[in-house]
Design a protein around this ligand. Structure first.
Ligand code: AMP
Length: 114
């Protein structure tokens, strides 16, 4: 498997505005923000899609949620609220095939998945 753009960020081969990192998770500002706060939370392990999760690696989704909670607190939006989104494959709008979660906030978000 070739390195995804997110793996290149993890390896510091391309720049990103990193807001959180631990042994297994990294998070950085989205290059094309859809809200005042739009952060991509990524597993360092390069797993292509949600369909590739299994009982060995599913704990990473919990780690993403814990990172999101911490980032939301750091950004001061934990009380006002925020949204987490994971896109899977074409109909889900996935464009980077390396599991990640979008953290969106900083305004009242509308709900229109159409
Ligand atoms: P998705 O469409 O769910 O696969 O989300 C991929 C996200 O990664 C999009 O919101 C892109 O704007 C974002 N993205 C792509 N390349 C970069 C990059 N180099 N740095 C930060 N965000 C990126």
């Amino acid at each position: 498997m070739s390195d995804s753009i997110f793996t290149k960020i993890i390896k510091r081969e391309i720049p990103a505005s990193i807001v959180y990192e631990d042994d297994e998770i990294i998070a950085f500002n989205d290059i094309s923000p859809q809200a005042p706060i739009h952060i991509v939370i990524v597993t360092k392990m390069q797993i292509e899609t949600l369909n590739d999760l299994n009982s060995d690696n599913a704990y990473l989704i919990g780690k993403i949620a814990l990172a999101a909670k911490q980032i939301a607190k750091d950004k001061g939006i934990d009380k006002s609220g925020y949204r987490l989104i994971m896109n899977c494959n074409d109909d889900g709008g996935q464009t980077v095939f390396h599991i990640h979660c979008h953290l969106l906030g900083g305004k009242k978000l509308s709900w229109n998945p159409a």
